[in-house]
Design a binder for this molecule. Structure first.
Ligand SMILES: [Zn+2]
Length: 64
């Protein structure tokens, strides 16, 4: 599989949105932490903490 476009956007959702099958918004909280080219990172975190907990954690981080 060839990856020409590494930019975040509608065409390539971040690893989190890809795994959760949701739309990756421009201001997606996951995108800075889980880029599309490192899907294993979110897969591991998701396995340990669960999606909703990760979401909560990142919202706290972003509000600091
Ligand atoms: Zn995303």
């Amino acid at each position: 599989m060839k990856e020409g476009n590494k930019k975040q956007g509608a065409a390539s959702p971040c690893a989190a949105c890809k795994l959760l099958r949701r739309r990756c918004a421009q201001d997606c909280v996951f995108a800075p932490y889980f880029p599309a080219d490192e899907p294993h990172k979110f897969a591991n975190v998701h396995k340990v903490f669960g999606a909703s907990n990760v979401n909560k954690m990142l919202q706290v981080l972003n509000s600091l």
